[in-house]
Design a protein around this ligand. Structure first.
Ligand code: IMP
Ligand code: MG
Length: 182
């Protein structure tokens, strides 16, 4: 895909992403030996990551999705998390791996962790591709992290800006845009 004038630069290439996802898949495979996983992707940003990651995990697993609203059309957090689509599976007694594209304030992940813990899973862990740890508003445990990233608005590989750019095969920064709108 061509760069347009909104792009700043590529942060992670397709190859770098593949290498990292492979590494995460190996770690998860080792950690959950003898167990069955229920991967829960947080729509919509997770789709590319979860699709690639699940193929790097050598375990019996199932896949489910949740959809939440945390951002509107603009690129800043409202702090409000709403579940728009709930799980299809019963999670009681299961080993959940919650998969997110990026953790920023931590509000979404923290909310979903509490929400899922209330349904008595056997265990629950979190896996995010990208992390902005210096932006946390609530403390949240991230068990598997791909990359720590700078305070830039990121697009591609599932991540959107106003619902666009999810189809870029790499991750790029948007020009003149930090995470929070000022
Ligand atoms: P949090 O609740 O503040 O941790 O926000 C997490 C959600 O915000 C992620 O699931 C993303 O959908 C979105 N988000 C945070 N930073 C970015 C970014 O740089 N680009 C695109 N989406 C982002
Ligand atoms: Mg998201």
């Amino acid at each position: 895909m061509e760069f347009d004038d909104k792009f700043e630069k590529v942060l992670f290439t397709q190859e770098e992403l593949e290498e990292k996802v492979t590494e995460l898949g190996k770690k998860i495979t080792e950690k959950y030996q003898g167990k069955e996983l229920l991967m829960v992707g947080v729509l919509r940003g997770c789709v590319t990551f979860v699709a690639d990651l699940m193929r790097k995990i050598d375990l019996p697993l199932e896949l489910d999705f949740l959809s939440v609203a945390s951002y509107g059309k603009s690129a800043f957090t409202s702090g409000v998390v709403r579940v728009l689509k709930d799980l299809s599976e019963d999670v009681e007694g299961r080993h959940i791996l919650l998969v997110e594209d990026i953790v920023d304030s931590g509000l979404t992940l923290n909310y979903l962790l509490n929400y899922l813990k209330g349904r008595n899973p056997a265990s629950i862990a979190t896996c995010v591709l990208l992390d902005k740890p210096y932006r946390r508003e609530v403390e949240v445990t991230v068990d598997y992290v791909g990359f720590d990233v700078p305070d830039k608005f990121l697009i591609g590989y599932g991540l959107d800006y106003a619902q666009k750019y999810r189809n870029l095969p790499y991750i790029a920064t948007l020009k003149n845009k930090i995470t929070k709108e000022e």
